[in-house]
Design a protein around this ligand. Structure first.
Ligand code: AMP
Ligand code: MG
Length: 490
């Protein structure tokens, strides 16, 4: 039996608004206790934002909560029901290996989901064991922190805790639980579930809940469901533009992995691109390249179209009119995406002003990078540091011409070069979570050495610092040419 109890002074302050949705949306249950909880890492910054005391979380009582052995006071644990298109195929899913403890009301008055990932089986586990292994949970910890450091909306990670139990995959691995923090875990797939299994009242309850939680400014609006669709389209257009700007490849953009809050969620087979190539795919299970880097905006629209379909009954009583409204709302994605992408790219090149030909200048740079297999992050880093000779651009015949055009373009704006360089420093990260560095930290952690993990997370927390420690983390692996593969679902 899971114990209920206080861990004194930790600062839990739960509300459980999700339990007030219709019953179909969740199953109440408690995490399955494990043999020996042991904290691997607690995120102090996240703990502070949540109003939790990091020291208390590190105690045996804290570890017991984070591993699922003790339910903290005020929590009302549940697994969420949802559906989703996985690689284009509709499936009933749900939290097969996650349990929402509740919503922590932070000292700042924000509502944040606290979810355990890997806490044992749930009614939605299907064939799975409901467990997670240390490697993938630390991977989520590292990448979500990196995304936050890059200023990209994301779920966060409060802690990773060892369970003291083994999990069986292709090999025997150490079991672990990740404590994930999210604005909410509402997904496009939650709406697909409501539309597929519920009636109009269920759907409306979910839509009203989503509006209240994420878009309260719409609450009084007569066309609030259309407003909801427009807002979600807008946030996703901005989010995916940010992914593209830093070379992030989500890897598994199924509709159950797309949030309504606009946060990046579910760091499975994700990775950052090295050499610029729109066809880049890392995931071992994405054989068709559906979720390749260059496809992400298109997949974003596809997923949002699935969301829009679920909302049709709420948009207008006449189906044709509802479809027209939905199509118009979806049509805004590409304009908004392009706007964010272009302004982000201008900043990456130190441009404050706008010129008609900027799009061409950018596309020519990307074409050059593609042809030269130039590292995406490090090319912008070299330009930022005023060292274009450090990038493959200087090797290409067209490289010199492009650099001249860029210099000429920068000289046509009133801002001084120093300002332009400062803008580039704020925009182009000195470090990203390089795949080989992530693997190195995970391998050490699996052996019980957490210092590479802590060092990596530290340099990633302020990727725009351009500090001397970061230099070593900017380098590419020695074994270039070996394709990197990420593995999902472990
Ligand atoms: P994901 O690829 O992480 O988005 O997961 C897809 C679905 O599979 C979700 O419903 C997960 O809860 C479920 N799932 C993944 N791993 C497991 C596991 N080990 N046990 C049970 N369910 C799992
Ligand atoms: Mg998922």
């Amino acid at each position: 039996m899971t114990q209920h109890g206080d861990i004194s002074g930790a600062g839990w302050n739960f509300d459980n608004s999700y339990t007030r949705l219709p019953d179909m949306f969740f199953s109440r249950l408690e995490p399955t206790p494990v043999s020996s909880p042991e904290i691997v890492v607690v995120n102090e910054a996240v703990a502070a934002e949540l109003g939790l005391d990091a020291e208390s979380l590190r105690t045996a009582q804290g570890a017991a909560v984070l591993a699922g052995n003790t339910v903290p006071p005020g929590a009302d644990p549940l697994a969420q029901a949802y559906a989703g298109h996985q690689f284009g195929h509709f499936t009933m899913l749900g939290d097969g290996r996650a349990i929402l403890l509740g919503e922590q009301i932070t000292p700042g008055g924000e509502r944040r989901d606290i979810q355990l990932k890997g806490p044992g089986r749930t009614p939605y586990s299907r064939q799975g064991d409901g467990r997670a292994a240390i490697g993938p949970m630390l991977r989520e910890y590292i990448i979500s922190e990196a995304m936050h450091g890059l200023g990209i909306p994301t779920t966060r990670s409060l802690a990773v805790t060892l369970t003291g139990e083994e999990v069986y995959r292709e090999e025997v691995l150490q079991g672990a639980v990740l404590t994930r923090i999210a604005a909410s875990h509402l997904r496009v797939g939650t709406f697909q579930y409501a539309a597929g299994l519920g009636n109009k009242e269920h759907l409306q309850a979910l839509a009203d809940y989503t509006i209240k939680r994420h878009y309260p400014e719409l609450e009084e609006s007569a066309d609030r469901y259309l407003g909801l669709l427009r807002q979600v389209v807008s946030r996703q257009a901005s989010l995916i533009a940010h992914w593209q700007l830093v070379g992030f490849i989500h890897g598994v953009m199924n509709t159950d992995n797309m949030t309504l809050s606009g946060e990046t969620i579910d760091y499975g087979p994700c990775a950052f691109m090295d050499a610029f190539n729109p066809a880049t795919v890392f995931s071992s299970i994405d054989r068709q390249g559906r979720y390749a880097y260059g496809n992400q905006p298109k997949i974003g629209v596809w997923n949002l179209a699935r969301f829009a379909e679920t909302l049709l009954p709420l948009l207008d009583e006449e189906t044709d009119a509802a479809v027209k409204l939905a199509e118009d709302a979806l049509g805004a994605f590409s304009t908004e995406f392009e706007k964010h992408w272009l302004s982000g790219m201008r900043a990456k090149l130190g441009l404050f002003t706008e010129e008609e030909e900027d799009g061409q200048l950018l596309r020519d740079l990307l074409d050059l990078m593609h042809a030269e297999k130039a590292d995406y992050t490090n090319t912008f880093r070299a330009l930022t540091l005023g060292q274009p000779e450090q990038s493959p651009l200087s090797c290409a015949a067209e490289g010199a011409g492009w650099l001249e055009r860029w210099e000429a373009r920068r000289s046509r704006q009133p801002e001084l070069e120093t300002m332009s360089q400062a803008l580039m420093r704020r925009t182009n990260p000195a470090v990203i979570p390089r795949n080989h560095r992530v693997e190195e930290a995970l391998a050490a952690a699996e052996e019980g050495d957490y210092s590479p993990l802590h060092e990596l997370v530290k340099v990633l927390q302020d990727p725009f610092a351009y500090s001397s420690e970061q230099e070593a983390y900017a380098g590419l692996p020695d074994n270039e040419g070996l394709p990197y593969r990420t593995y999902c679902g472990t």
